[in-house]
Design a protein around this ligand. Structure first.
Ligand SMILES: [Zn+2]
Length: 102
């Protein structure tokens, strides 16, 4: 299941993130959901990021992906950690296959 959302750059590598492969079907991203960047395989977490007030817009918060810290990773439930590590291994495998000379 692929969920699409407003494009945002990966906080690690700048890779454009605009869709994620959900671990659960048909889920809108929510704060605390974890994902992984297809560009650099960095672990990400959805969080409410405060945006300061500008001349035209009041102070606001929007749901964005930020880096998942190693501490936060360790605090995740074991099955969620397993899903992330499997997704990371899968991406590495795909990359190896792409690079493999035919
Ligand atoms: Zn990235």
């Amino acid at each position: 299941m692929v969920t699409r959302y407003d494009a945002q750059p990966c906080p690690y590598c700048g890779h454009t993130l605009d869709a994620s492969l959900g671990f659960e079907a048909d889920m809108e991203p929510r704060a605390g959901d974890v994902s992984i960047c297809a560009g650099c395989r960095g672990f990400l977490v959805w969080d409410w990021i405060e945006t300061p007030a500008t001349a035209t817009e009041p102070e606001d918060a929007e749901l964005r992906q930020r880096k998942l810290s190693p501490r936060e990773f360790n605090d995740l439930p074991g099955d969620t950690r397993g899903e992330l590590l499997r997704a990371q291994a899968k991406l590495e495998e795909i990359e190896r296959n792409v690079r493999k000379p035919s």
